[in-house]
Design a protein around this ligand. Sequence first.
Ligand SMILES: Nc1ncnc2c1ncn2[C@@H]1O[C@H](COP(=O)(O)OP(=O)(O)OP(=O)(O)O)[C@@H](O)[C@H]1O
Ligand SMILES: [Mg+2]
Length: 254
Amino acid sequence: MARRRQLYEGKAKILFEGPEPGTLVQYFKDDATAGNGAKKGIITGKGVLNNRISEHLMMRLHDIGIPTHFIRRLNMREQLIREVEIIPLEVVVRNVAAGSLAKRLGIPEGTRLPRTIIEYYYKNDSLNDPMVSEEHITAFDWASVHDLDDMVALTMRTNDFLTGLFVGIGITLVDFKLEFGRLWEGDEMRIVLADEISPDNCRLWDAKTSEKLDKDRFRRDLGRVEEAYQEVAWRLGILPEATNSDMKGPEVMQ
Ligand SMILES: Nc1ncnc2c1ncn2[C@@H]1O[C@H](COP(=O)(O)OP(=O)(O)OP(=O)(O)O)[C@@H](O)[C@H]1O
Ligand SMILES: [Mg+2]
């Protein structure tokens, strides 16, 4: 088969034309960036792990009725997805204070928030993805009030489900970022979950030790980045064994 046409190369993934109209192939790279590209590196094996982790989480979300762009995994680094019209927002969900929220508001990292907080960032690299409010989003027509309602409902359901799923494997879902897109079926439009869900865009802490099992290991030069991603995959049950990893596994919970 002729090599597929490349449509877009981002910081972590490449999008290729899919085999059928309305589909794309999402290729997961090992490239890692932080601070909007200010820091660059390679995490060997990350693409393979994120492809598997995102496949697993998107399938589990599909099982509970959350519409996603995911169709199927094609190979180690590629998955077939539905092409959507990406809503230019990063929807960040926070359960525990960390990262920019902890810094901006002076709340110690690790403080459980009184309730889940959703934040929006305008996807625009040249502006450094600025935080925006619902007012900006609807005024500039990045999403309608109705789109936003759908996105918030899907985001809260996703958070509830993933929080529970991770609790079950001894991991605290501290925060994460989602992207949504519009999927047209004739005249009907649905908002669906797009992009990826992986340790690149989730903060995942070991529930007992608070050890970081996500991209903060790369951002903060903590080392053992690949091992952390492997640990997450292994606990999710999608790696036969913790290859190359001597991180502590989950303990059976009574
Ligand atoms: N189903 C989809 N249809 C169309 N585009 C998608 C879909 N899922 C994800 N995307 C887009 O594909 C790109 C994935 O590449 P990557 O994550 O590497 O981008 P990025 O460097 O983070 O840049 P960006 O700021 O555009 O997100 C993103 O722009 C994302 O919004
Ligand atoms: Mg991205």
